[in-house]
Design a protein around this ligand. Structure first.
Ligand code: PRP
Ligand code: URA
Length: 210
């Protein structure tokens, strides 16, 4: 079974509360989302492997640590996942970025895939799949299946902002090898499959398309 990491650091909780407020506009919403993505990225990369290197300081030669071999890729699910990319890239500037285009059908609430493009060596990379909202879990689960089956990724983490029990259960059942990182575990889904209390439609709030 995968592990669910709820990152409820006070800075993250404070920023998320401002994002939830319906009166917070797109500019602040985008900025806060990127700030939270950076704070979460710091914790999500805690287990990156290190290797010893010898460095010559102005004083002497010394054995110190650098992140070893494994390369990273950030893969946002369009559109809303784009809102987390810059925050993560500010921590990991040499990571490559892939894209998965997916939207929820308004009637069925099931994900519809419309685009994907990955770095050529994606299968050798540690992949961080990002999307702010984990609602029914359909989009995240299908995106994870695509990363594994079409792009042969073996080492994937999923990072969201707001999750709910239904979405976590779906991803853990379909992808027990993928750890989930979220800033909040919300209560439930409503009759339209929106997260309660949630923050509304993340893509619309990021891009001002409400
Ligand atoms: C939202 C969100 C997720 C999906 C979550 O995207 O960003 O991708 O819904 O719902 P699920 O867990 O039930 O699949 P949306 O379909 O609104 O597309 P958008 O990002 O382009 O607005
Ligand atoms: N997609 C969103 O953007 N928000 C939700 O609450 C559910 C799906």
């Amino acid at each position: 079974m995968s592990t669910l990491h709820v990152m409820d650091h006070p800075l993250i909780a404070h920023k998320l509360t401002i994002m939830r407020d319906k009166d917070t506009g797109s500019k602040d919403f985008r900025q806060l989302l990127n700030e939270i993505a950076m704070l979460m990225g710091y914790e999500l990369t805690r287990d990156l492997p290190l290797e010893n290197v010898v460095v010559e300081t102005p004083i002497c030669k010394s054995t110190q640590k650098l992140i070893s071999g494994k390369k990273l890729a950030i893969v946002p699910i369009l559109r809303a996942g784009l809102g987390m990319v810059d925050g993560l890239l500010s921590l990991m500037p040499v990571a490559k970025v892939g894209h998965i285009g997916m939207y929820r059908d308004p009637e069925t609430h099931k994900p519809v895939e419309y685009y994907s493009k990955m770095p050529a060596d994606i299968e050798e990379r540690i992949v961080i799949l990002v999307d702010p909202m984990l609602a029914t879990g359909g989009s995240a689960s299908d995106a994870l299946t695509m990363l594994k089956e079409k792009y042969h990724c073996k080492n994937i983490k999923f990072m969201c902002l707001v999750a709910c029990p239904e979405g976590v259960a779906r991803v853990q059942a379909d992808h027990p090898d993928v750890d989930i990182y979220t800033a909040s575990m919300d209560e439930k889904l409503n009759e339209h499959d929106y997260i309660v209390p949630g923050l509304g439609d993340a893509g619309d709030r990021i891009f001002g398309t409400i």
